[in-house]
Ligand binder design. Sequence first.
Ligand code: ACO
Length: 329
Amino acid sequence: MAQSNLYSRVIGTGSYLPADRVTNQDLADRLAKQGVETSDEWIVARTGIHARHFAAPNETTSDLALHASRNAIEAAGIDPDSIDLIIVATSTPDFVFPSTACLLQNKLGIKNGGAAFDIQAVCSGFAYAVATADSFIRGGMNRTALVVGAETFSRILDFNDRTTCVLFGDGAGAVILQASDEPGVLSSALHADGSHSSILCTPGNVNKGVIEGSAFLHMDGQAVFKLAVKVLEKVAVEALEKARLTPGDIDWLIPHQANIRIMESTAKKLHVPLERMVVTVGEHGNTSAASIPLALDVAVRDGRIKRGQHVLIEGVGGGFTWGASVIRY
Ligand code: ACO
């Protein structure tokens, strides 16, 4: 049974970006060779993205997750064998099954038989994973959770579709959440509306050994934009109310890093000054479930996020899904 004074706290963060950094100009040059026209100017003006990283051909999502997890474990100063729960948020798993979380557990050499599973909520995946791990810990089911967002979206991009292929990148971020009697995750709110499933989807599946439908990401950009701005404001307010805080109490806003225009619009609606928003979309592109933990780790390691500060994370993505957590770091 849940104890009222039991919380989950972030005790370490980590992240990893693949070595291949591709600027807008690099991408424009690559695309031009196949007759697809784009420009640095268009991408920056519409999205705020300057560069993204792409995984090497032999690098999988669990490989990226492994690097980020090792960094988080080192920062937390824990024995990997104390991790009794691994949740990987991803929409680009290594395989249909086994889960990326199980592959990660094995790569980390953890043999304690703890639980491991994936969460599939696209760009909201990390928010879903944090809320899930927090509930498991506060409920007394687990003590130490490795929560990862990891993606290789470059694998599902159609590089003949300039409306989507310029937006996404690969990467991974991780946090260690541990049971504590001091407050950490203060509140969470999660939502979904499956009636919008077609505006952002990868509508293919494996049937009798062949892919049926399309294995590439499809998006109605303007519909996504409108919905994202609406739900990000609502869910932030909901999570803050649950934590009995107001936007003025937020030290750092870490929204899903999809597009600077969506992010700035959300910050303005919440009356959070732009200098209190962590922005990594310019250098990372949209890394889907990895974007929030990547941004969190950047701001922890560069000293912006300090112990005791309030951090609001929030994600929105395919499904449609959205969610937020208020964390006392
Ligand atoms: N380079 C150059 N021109 C382009 C490109 C490109 N990469 N992509 C589209 N264009 C052109 C279009 O063909 C169109 O040309 P036309 O007017 O001659 O037909 C013109 O640019 C405008 O296209 P729009 O789609 O209307 O551009 P818009 O201003 O809506 O921007 C964008 C597109 C950036 C995708 C925008 O809709 C958006 O930000 N949507 C949010 C989607 C998002 O961020 N998704 C991320 C995944 S979802 C998530 O993470 C929650």
